[in-house]
Design a binder for this molecule. Structure first.
Ligand SMILES: Nc1ncnc2c1ncn2[C@@H]1O[C@H](COP(=O)(O)OP(=O)(O)OP(=O)(O)O)[C@@H](O)[C@H]1O
Length: 331
């Protein structure tokens, strides 16, 4: 099973530019989470901070007892092996065929024999549906295939946490739907903790157990998917309905007063988008282990959530409000 990643009070700046500040959240073990946010809000910087490639000035990122921001570099390197990273463009070596690209981390970081490497690589190639393409160069395949190859490479070291940076970028809606299904199936098969950074509203609505949003140097919210999907917070509602009206504009450099005035003047649409069900694993894979764990976790924190989110969660799990009130918990 995947491991929990705990982020506490994280602040990252480049020179005098604060990217985000005081970000706290926990990626629950084995669950799928999505981080949304307009362009340039520091989502990629956040992913890099989680694995210790960038060093935030304040706060901690706790992974199995190691602080990825401040522990000795040797411990960070060791903890980084628990992560699998899927970059936007697949980050494949153009001169290597897919097999060698996917085998690369095994050859670089382990002393495994070639026969064992072949077994692992072919298993991952099958997992992402690329059997037959292993001899091709990245330049000879489609963007969607490159992403799947990037995902296969992220999987060879059996990661406990998988970070995906915009798995949909450059893909058409159909291929995006396939990659969404692949991510859910992957979570079903290996039960890893997953964080997906994306702008894609379909992925946001159908893939994650949990969702967060970065905007204007803050984490606007993070929690069970129902919290954001039912939110009336202007920034969240505008983003999730892809509306032009609201505090998010083309300009990245509005001042605080303009932003506050726009947020105050913004009325969220009368009805938020209807909640669509989360994707189920493909036939034959069984249920995600995360589902039962999440149900219990959410049961425990239900009373702390906004009323709209509570209603949506009760409806999704079939928890009766009256039973909840009478027995102090749902059955
Ligand atoms: N190494 C760096 N040095 C200085 N500034 C950086 C560095 N890396 C990122 N930034 C700045 O941090 C900000 C956030 O960048 P980031 O790529 O994380 O945004 P994002 O939310 O992932 O955007 P997008 O959705 O467009 O990919 C940008 O203003 C970028 O210029």
């Amino acid at each position: 099973m995947g491991i929990e990643v705990r982020v506490e009070g994280l602040t990252k700046s480049f020179g005098r530019q604060t990217i985000w500040q005081d970000v706290s959240l926990t990626l629950p073990a084995g669950e799928v989470s999505v981080m949304l946010g307009p362009s340039g809000t520091g989502k990629t910087v956040f992913l890099k901070s989680l694995i210790g490639l960038l060093k935030p000035e304040h706060g901690r990122v706790l992974v199995d007892g190691v602080d990825m921001a401040r522990s000795p570099e040797r411990d960070i390197m060791e903890a980084r092996k628990k992560f699998g990273l899927m970059f936007q463009d697949g980050a494949l070596f153009g001169s290597m065929n897919l097999f060698d690209n996917i085998a690369f981390p095994l050859r670089e970081h382990t002393r495994k024999k070639e026969a064992e490497i072949r077994r692992i690589v072919m298993e991952r190639i099958e997992l992402v549906g690329l059997v037959g393409a292993e001899g091709k160069l990245p330049g000879e395949i489609s963007g969607g295939m490159r992403k799947r190859a990037g995902l296969a490479r992220a999987l060879v070291l059996d990661p406990e946490v998988i970070l995906c940076d915009e798995p949909d970028s450059g893909l058409d809606p159909v291929r995006t739907a396939f990659i969404s299904q692949l991510l859910i199936d992957l979570n079903t098969r290996i039960d890893a903790t997953m964080l997906i950074v994306t702008h894609n509203l379909d992925i946001a609505a159908t893939v994650p157990d949990n969702m967060g949003m970065l905007f204007r140097r803050e984490l606007v919210a993070f929690g069970p998917r129902e919290v954001l999907l039912t939110s009336r917070e202007p920034v969240v509602a505008q983003f999730l309905t892809a509306s032009k009206a609201g505090p998010i504009g083309m300009s990245e450099e509005k001042d605080a007063a303009t932003l506050a005035a726009e947020a105050a003047a913004y009325t969220p649409p009368a009805e938020p988008k209807a909640l669509v069900p989360q994707l189920e694993p493909s036939a034959g894979l069984g249920e995600r282990a995360a589902v039962a764990r999440r149900r219990e976790r959410v049961r425990g924190l239900l009373h702390t959530l906004p009323e709209r989110a509570q209603s949506a969660i009760r409806a999704a799990y079939g928890w009766e409000r009256s039973a909840w009130a009478h027995h102090g918990g749902a059955s």
